[in-house]
Design a protein around this ligand. Structure first.
Ligand SMILES: *[C@@H]1O[C@H](CO)[C@@H](O)[C@H](O)[C@H]1NC(C)=O
Ligand SMILES: *[C@@H]1O[C@H](CO)[C@@H](O)[C@H](O)[C@H]1NC(C)=O
Ligand SMILES: *[C@@H]1O[C@H](CO)[C@@H](O)[C@H](O)[C@H]1NC(C)=O
Ligand SMILES: *[C@@H]1O[C@H](CO)[C@@H](O)[C@H](O)[C@H]1NC(C)=O
Ligand SMILES: *[C@@H]1O[C@H](CO)[C@@H](O)[C@H](O)[C@H]1NC(C)=O
Ligand SMILES: *[C@@H]1O[C@H](CO)[C@@H](O)[C@H](O)[C@H]1NC(C)=O
Ligand SMILES: *[C@@H]1O[C@H](CO)[C@@H](O)[C@H](O)[C@H]1NC(C)=O
Ligand SMILES: *[C@@H]1O[C@H](CO)[C@@H](O)[C@H](O)[C@H]1NC(C)=O
Ligand SMILES: *[C@@H]1O[C@H](CO)[C@@H](O)[C@H](O)[C@H]1NC(C)=O
Ligand SMILES: *[C@@H]1O[C@H](CO)[C@@H](O)[C@H](O)[C@H]1NC(C)=O
Ligand SMILES: *[C@@H]1O[C@H](CO)[C@@H](O)[C@H](O)[C@H]1NC(C)=O
Ligand SMILES: [Zn+2]
Length: 445
């Protein structure tokens, strides 16, 4: 609305522009990438406690060597590059082969779309949205015949803000995490695998502080652009890195830019991961992003718009899941600045796990998260019981609940119609050609 930018549209064969804009949703090219592919630099000491105690951004963001990462990195894809299955990783190959067989049986016609940086120019796509492709029309409810659950985009609890942060762990996040700790506020952290490898001690703090950790892919690129194998590897190695470094296997993920379709959903489901999107976007990551003119005032308006919807009854039966980031100092600060107002307007502010009573958000059965009622009664702490030695797969997955699907239709984002430089534009057609041309994309690649 505010930025109804007339971005150039690719109209091939004289077909009609449906005027629909993709909603890219989160940062990527702006994410700080440490020392990509290079050697590790020493910083001492390298223990979690001291890493968590500094508020000096220069110190926090000085790269360091951490033995558990050094020991495993040869068994992982190159950080900050599209993931791939390592040639001698038979476990990954076996699992992928099984997921691939499912894909070839269920969705033989869904092909990779566009490029990994989100250029969908010339991509052919049927305007009936057969793949439930979020980037096309923000589809989050796959056709029931697919057997795929709807994506999580809201909370089923009245007046309840679902809190999460994308793109971490940010090296400098101690100020934010201290703030959350002091407020006794837990959140869902969507971690990028490459960031976990770069900043393992920062990642560990999420566990210590009772946050929920979910996967946000290995290299933070457009997932629908990847082959089956690369998309699998993006999720698999991030899940595995979090298991090896933090000791937990996350069963949830969020697609960068929201870029998901039924092929990608099936791969995530094959790894037992629930797909979590959002209902409202603060657009915080666009402030100071190259080619973007989104201002701090716009982001304040976006926060206030969600807060304002409490009073007109939007959240009497459910709550929003709001997109914001631990991407940089600004995105963390602006959340902290709005937190008091959020707390005042909403009845509860909870991580996604609590919103859905997901007491086992990890594969490990000995780690138990609070239910919604426990969380709002002040029992935010995660408990670890002595191991029985068996992993649980009986996690109380939130996906597929009727509340998730019913809220899917009722809480679509008011900011979905906004556009800004850096966002692609989907030019719809009578059914053959989809052209997504991001005016800002050229600036970003
Ligand atoms: C996975 O399926 C694709 C076709 O969708 C095929 O090209 C590829 O060879 C398969 N890979 C494996 C490892 O089976
Ligand atoms: C688009 O999908 C509809 C519904 O499945 C189908 O009837 C139509 O033939 C498709 N169009 C093209 C060009 O594939
Ligand atoms: C859902 O799938 C069924 C079976 O393939 C099909 O008949 C129906 O048209 C689909 N519905 C939508 C809304 O695409
Ligand atoms: C997913 O969960 C099922 C049980 O629900 C389990 O059998 C399977 O091994 C799990 N798959 C992965 C990849 O963890
Ligand atoms: C509340 O306000 C928002 C934003 O103006 C609007 O989109 C929504 O439809 C309104 N909801 C109700 C229940 O009035
Ligand atoms: C973390 O935030 C700082 C600003 O405090 C920024 O300079 C840095 O690039 C961010 N790092 C990552 C990994 O996103
Ligand atoms: C932002 O940067 C300032 C100056 O370095 C620092 O004092 C503050 O703690 C930072 N805030 C966050 C949320 O990182
Ligand atoms: C969570 O548990 C509470 C209390 O038992 C219940 O009222 C609520 O419906 C549950 N939520 C979900 C999503 O299952
Ligand atoms: C939660 O854990 C912290 C230490 O991490 C402890 O200080 C606090 O008392 C615990 N709270 C509850 C309600 O058990
Ligand atoms: C929890 O279970 C996992 C295996 O699922 C095990 O590796 C770990 O040591 C257990 N933790 C504790 C504290 O018992
Ligand atoms: C933002 O930039 C676009 C061009 O990228 C321009 O058309 C639009 O008017 C600008 N919006 C504002 C609020 O400055
Ligand atoms: Zn992101």
């Amino acid at each position: 609305m505010i930025y109804s930018t007339a971005l150039p549209l690719l109209t091939l064969f004289g077909l009609i522009n449906l005027g629909v804009e993709a909603h890219t949703g989160c940062g990527g090219h702006e994410i700080g990438r440490r020392n990509p592919g290079g050697r590790l630099i020493e910083r001492a000491p390298t223990d979690e406690e001291s890493a968590a105690s500094s508020l000096d951004v220069t110190y926090e963001c000085t790269a360091y060597s951490y033995a558990p990462v050094l020991n495993i990195k040869d068994r992982y894809p190159t950080i900050w590059q599209a993931a791939y299955i390592l040639p001698d990783d038979t476990e990954a190959q076996t699992l992928f082969a099984s997921i691939n067989a499912t894909l070839n049986e269920k969705f033989p016609n869904i092909k990779p779309k566009g490029t990994s940086t989100g250029d969908f120019t010339g991509v052919a796509y049927n305007a009936t949205d057969p793949d439930c492709w979020w980037t096309w029309h923000q589809c989050t409810t796959p056709n029931q015949s697919t057997g795929l659950p709807p994506d999580i985009i809201s909370t089923p609890e009245p007046g309840t803000w679902g809190l999460g942060f994308d793109d971490g762990p940010n090296c400098s996040h101690n100020a934010l995490y201290d703030f959350l700790r002091d407020q006794q506020q837990s959140a869902t952290m969507f971690y990028i695998g490459s960031n976990v490898m770069d900043w393992p001690l920062q990642a560990m703090r999420a566990l210590t502080d009772n946050h929920q950790v979910c996967v946000h892919t290995w290299s933070h690129e457009y997932m629908t652009s990847f082959t089956n194998e690369a998309a699998f590897a993006e999720l698999y190695y991030t899940q595995k890195a979090i298991k090896e470094i933090l000791g937990v296997t996350p069963l949830c993920w969020r697609p960068p830019y929201g870029d998901i379709d039924n092929r990608i959903r099936t791969i995530a489901a094959g790894l037992n991961m629930t797909s979590i999107l959002w209902s409202d976007d603060t657009e915080d990551w666009r402030v100071n992003a190259p080619g973007s003119n989104v201002t701090a005032a716009d982001v304040d308006n976006n926060y206030n718009a969600v807060i304002g919807k409490v009073s007109n009854g939007t959240y009497v039966n459910s709550g929003p899941v709001v997109l914001n980031h631990e991407l940089n100092n600004y995105t963390m600060t602006v959340f902290m600045n709005h937190y008091a107002d959020i707390k005042k307007a909403f009845t509860y502010v909870v991580p996604i796990a609590a919103a859905y009573n997901t007491t086992h958000p990890y594969l490990e059965s000995n780690i138990t998260f609070p239910t919604f009622s426990q969380y709002v009664a002040g029992q935010q702490n995660v408990t670890t019981s002595p191991s029985t030695g068996t992993d649980s797969s009986s996690s109380t997955s939130p996906s597929g609940t009727s509340s998730a699907s019913s809220s899917a239709s009722s809480s679509s984002s008011s900011s979905d119609s906004k556009s800004a430089a850096g966002r692609g534009v989907v030019a719809g057609t009578t059914g053959l050609v989809l052209a997504l041309l991001g005016a800002g994309l050229a600036l970003l690649v």
